[in-house]
Design a binder for this molecule. Structure first.
Ligand code: CXF
Ligand code: ZN
Length: 378
């Protein structure tokens, strides 16, 4: 009945950086060409939302905005030229694009689409406008191409993935960002093999997903590095076998400790925080000859990475990866199948659940270091 018409729905709006979200009624335009309007069924809070909630400088300065990018929903209506999706289909929106047409998307070597620019943080990628307005008629900005903290949202077809409806909704939601990033990093970017040693810097959802995926591949030792000691007990459930708290490394550096624990350095290291110093620690903890370090964290202070070039000369490699190398349209359905075939465990990632009206509690849980994923029921 609403096809081609604007709809009104509730959305949690971030009006100012760092202030609690306010649930308000918004008007949402119908999808334009190459866009799909979806009803969000459930969403979760990822740490990047917290970053964009706090951030009031630089490229992310536009307010009010609607956060949220880890979600699952159902197609409500489609704009012109949309042939890939039908009303009622279960879909996962993704902050990362997969156009399927450009040289990068067609290549198995990359997941970084080169079709549109990178300036799509606030608006629809194709025409640079917003679909949301508040009740005063003022523009409310999208964020990360998803804006799932709303009952309905509009996303570009390149940011939408169909998913097997047999998968439980909460698990589909997990595959939208953090868990897929960690699993992709271990399976696709590092390609961890049986018997190898792994070190993971930062045991949040991404780091623990690396652990689950490394364990599934048969890694012999999976060392977690975190300043929160409680993460060892938590991490054991995800495959962490050993633990190092860098704040207790007094006589020796973290990398010296890890080199001892792995008899010369880990085969694979993963940085899942976003600190240049930890990225260097990760490279220094990797093994001469073939040690591989995968950088997943987005550096939070813009600091440069300082490395001793001899480490690289001695055969170590370092690679960065956005979204763990995941190509959304093909890899998310693949991970869903792995889950349904019981070859990928997603148990334990959901630590909390709140109703939409309590969305601000999800921020408290994550900021308090108490939460992995908090599901927000719509
Ligand atoms: C992040 C990664 C880098 C840019 C913004 C979003 N991913 C998801 O949380
Ligand atoms: Zn995310």
């Amino acid at each position: 009945v609403n096809i081609g018409k604007p709809i009104r729905c509730k959305a949690a709006i971030c009006r100012k950086a760092g202030e609690p979200l306010v649930i308000e009624e918004v008007e949402l335009e119908p999808p334009k060409a190459w866009e799909v309007r979806i009803k969000i069924l459930c969403t979760a809070l990822c740490h990047s939302d917290v970053t964009y909630w706090k951030m009031n400088l630089g490229p992310a300065a536009k307010f009010p905005r609607i956060l949220g990018h880890e979600a699952v929903g159902v197609v409500e209506s489609m704009g012109e030229h949309v042939e890939e999706f039908k009303e009622g289909e279960l879909v996962v929106p993704v902050f990362f694009r997969d156009c399927g047409e450009c040289r990068s998307c067609k290549s198995p070597k990359s997941n970084v689409c080169s079709k549109f620019g990178n300036e799509t943080i606030h608006n629809m990628p194709r025409d640079g406008t917003s679909r949301f307005r508040d009740m005063k008629g003022e523009t409310v900005y999208h964020l990360l191409s998803v804006s799932s903290f709303s009952e309905y949202t509009v996303v570009d077809v390149t940011h939408l993935v169909k998913i097997n409806p047999q998968i439980p909704l909460h698990m589909a939601c997990l595959l939208s960002c953090g868990v897929s990033t960690g699993v992709g990093a271990a399976w696709k970017v590092a390609d961890v093999e049986e018997g190898s040693t792994v070190t993971i810097f930062g045991l949040g959802t991404v780091g623990l997903a690396v652990a689950v995926a490394a364990k599934q591949r048969g890694a012999s030792k999976i060392i977690g590095v975190d300043i929160n000691n409680e993460k060892f007990e938590i991490g054991k459930k995800f495959g962490i076998t050993d633990f190092v708290n860098p704040s207790t490394c007094k006589e020796k550096s973290v990398s010296e400790v890890i080199k001892e624990m792995t008899k010369g350095g880990a085969d694979y290291c993963f940085e899942c925080i976003g600190l240049a110093s930890l990225m260097a620690d990760a490279v220094n903890s990797s093994r001469d000859g073939w040690g591989k370090t995968v950088i997943l964290g987005v550096e939070m202070h813009g600091s440069p990475l300082t490395l001793n070039p001899y480490q690289i000369l001695r055969g170590r490699t370092i690679i960065g990866s956005l979204f763990g190398g995941i190509k959304p349209k093909s890899d998310i359905p693949f991970l869903a199948k792995k889950y349904l075939d019981k070859e990928l465990s997603l148990d334990g990632f959901i630590s909390h659940e709140v109703g939409f009206e309590d969305i601000n509690k999800a921020f408290d849980y994550l900021l308090g270091g108490k939460s992995l994923r908090c599901i927000i029921r719509m």
